[in-house]
Every structure is written in structure tokens, then in C-alpha cells.
Design a protein around this ligand. Structure first.
Ligand SMILES: [Zn+2]
Length: 126
């Protein structure tokens, strides 16, 4: 199916597909490999992705989301339970680290999909 005609999805649909780490164009091929590296081309539709660079946008979005998710949880726990410091750190640090590692590739997929949908390919076009 490489090179087959696939209708261009809406920005929102492309972002959703990117969040699933799938090709924004066809939604079936993988967008990332080796955790955060962009694939050169979609294995299903052949759309090139190797030249898209999300730079700091994915970590920025990840920090934004992790902060807005974890800070209220931590504040409520601290105000309600007054956990000992060792217990608080043993809960909060794995929560923050795990959520960050989970969200980072998804945020990169979203940002890559936004660049793709806006046709903001940069100067390194293949
Ligand atoms: Zn594809």
C-alpha cells in the first residue's frame, strides 16, 4: 500500500493519531521507533517523516501535562495525609517519572502531527 492515495485527515484527527504514535496521514503505520526517533517513512502509506523536528515542543508539552496532573494530586495528598518525607518521595517520584516517560513519546507524536498537518517541514526536507 506504499504510495497509495490516502485522504488527508483533519488537524484534530492527525493529532489523535500522533498521540497514538501512529502515522498522522493513514493512522496505521508507526510514527516513532526506538522510543523517540521518528521513522524515515511510514511503512504503510510511505509518507516521509524523517525530516520533521519537534525540538523542545514535545518535552514542553510533557512538562505542562505532567505538572497539571501531578501537582494537584500531590497538594491534595500533602494537605490530607501529611505523609512522611520518605513515603512521599517514594510515591511522587515514581509517579512523576513514570508519567513523564509514558507521555513523552505521545507528546512527540502530537507535535510531529501538528507539524505535518501544518506542512511545516523545516529546511531539512528529504
Ligand atoms: Zn502512513
Amino acid at each position: 500500500m506504499i504510495g497509495a492515495h490516502v485522504e488527508r485527515p483533519s488537524m484534530l484527527n492527525a493529532m489523535f493519531r500522533g498521540a497514538l504514535e501512529r502515522c498522522p496521514r493513514c493512522g496505521q503505520g508507526h510514527l516513532l521507533h526506538h522510543y523517540l526517533k521518528m521513522v524515515d517513512r511510514c511503512s504503510v502509506c510511505g509518507e516521509p517523516y524523517g525530516h520533521y523536528r519537534t525540538d523542545d515542543a514535545a518535552p514542553w508539552l510533557t512538562i505542562l501535562l505532567v505538572g497539571h496532573i501531578t501537582i494537584p494530586i500531590i497538594l491534595v495528598c500533602e494537605m490530607s495525609f501529611q505523609l512522611p518525607l520518605w513515603l512521599a518521595f517514594s510515591i511522587y517520584l515514581p509517579l512523576i517519572a513514570g508519567l513523564t516517560l509514558f507521555l513523552l513519546p505521545r507528546c512527540k507524536g502530537v507535535m510531529a502531527a501538528v507539524l505535518w498537518a501544518m506542512e511545516a517541514e523545516g529546511s531539512e526536507k528529504i
